[in-house]
Design a protein around this ligand. Sequence first.
Ligand code: ATP
Ligand code: MG
Length: 490
Amino acid sequence: MFSRYKKEAPAPAPARESRAVPSASAPATASMAQSAAPSPPTKSKLSFKATPAAPIAAAPAANDKDRRRRQRILEVKSQLHTRLLENLNLAVLDAASEAELRAEIAAISAEALSDIHFALTSEERLQLNQDLYHEVRGLGPLEPLLKDDTVNDILVNGPNRIFVERNGILELTDVKFKDERHLLRIIDKIVSAVGRRVDESNPYVDARLADGSRFNAMVPPVAVDGSLVSIRKFKKEKLGISDLANFGAFSEEMAMYLEAAVATRLNIIVSGGTGSGKTTTLNALSSFIDHSERILTIEDTAELQLQQTHVGRMESRPANVEGKGAVTQRDCLRNALRMRPDRIIVGETRGEEVIDMLQAMNTGHDGSMTTIQANSARDAVSRLENMVAMAGIEMPLKAVRSQVASAVNLIVQASRLQDGSRRMVSITEVTGMEGEIITMQEVFRFERTGLEPNGKILGHFTGSGIRSHYSDRFKRWGYNLPNTIYDVVE
Ligand SMILES: Nc1ncnc2c1ncn2[C@@H]1O[C@H](COP(=O)(O)OP(=O)(O)OP(=O)(O)O)[C@@H](O)[C@H]1O
Ligand SMILES: [Mg+2]
């Protein structure tokens, strides 16, 4: 009755089939046939922050009967998935519409459930069919999390512990993989779809998924307690300057200042810890760039979404399995300099490309921007110095520093605070050198004043009382910022 999607070869003989379905032992295709969590997976139960010790203890809160039933459904789902894979013709399945495939799954699962005399409530049945659909077409248990727009990051620590980040806070979800093999199968599905491989001899992979999400996986034995996966979901609607202002990421005064800084082509570094909002800030800052300018972006994983008309995007790539064909950010950057850019934006400077970035900033590509992993403006500068040293350039420290001091005009420090909020905690100008020291002045900062009982951080943005080092430049370019924006706010 489902001939269109059934394999050409006849399905297993009834005797074998009826044995295969209820059998609890894994069939030959077991590694391809594991299954997903039984309960609605998007609801996260536990806040990682609020109850750090609770997650594991709280999970078995459901009573024993419930737990046994859930376990049983999990087993049944695994069997049904095996049966689906045996029965569906995967080659023609790609062409099937969603409705056709769903109907097919519903029919096969109804048949199998009646074979094994296992009754489900209509809600359980719907959930089961939904999970099976995700197993066949999507990324199994991860699928609902990928679809959930409130989730920023998905972090998998082995098959049983899947965290998500919502609003800056990590939460343990009740989503689970059946076991490590199931998790590996989904990882394999993801990476093979983008032409990559991950296995024991090649145990980690960093890739961009078809939808733009950033994906990283590390599998055992390097990952000790089961595969580790992190996914930074791609947002179609990138947060713009006004969104960030609405979230309280910076003040109106800071926005005015940043607009002038970008428009007058200061070289800007966005510094911050991992996941602090650097790329988002960089993307938002780029909205102040004039549409007549030619912008070239260089990234390891293309995340930036510039709104300008004249944008050339580049993405580095790792070597292939034979160790050939790598194109580094530095290669891209060197090439970009020959492509008549008005501005160069490097997604994140983390290695030898720092040399070319500093040179570009110093030689007529004003208004270039990048991000860097660092905890403060001072730290960002040291990181740049270290990167130059690591790139094997023999240069006296003073020379490196003067390169950095003349290349970088502004450091915007992004931070994810304990309450999950992401803010621009400081804007610092690089003003020059005094002896061997790079001089800087902070013009804006986030002043923390306290903590609400619910853990929310209290505070406000303030100027430092010092007028911008670039005030005259702003004025020359037609940006007459009132001096009051630098006032200290009590
Ligand atoms: N001010 C903000 N308010 C709310 N959410 C934000 C804010 N800034 C960034 N985000 C969200 O936080 C997540 C991480 O942001 P982003 O990718 O910019 O961080 P990052 O510092 O570049 O991270 P990484 O170090 O991994 O490259 C994204 O999902 C983004 O949408
Ligand atoms: Mg980033």
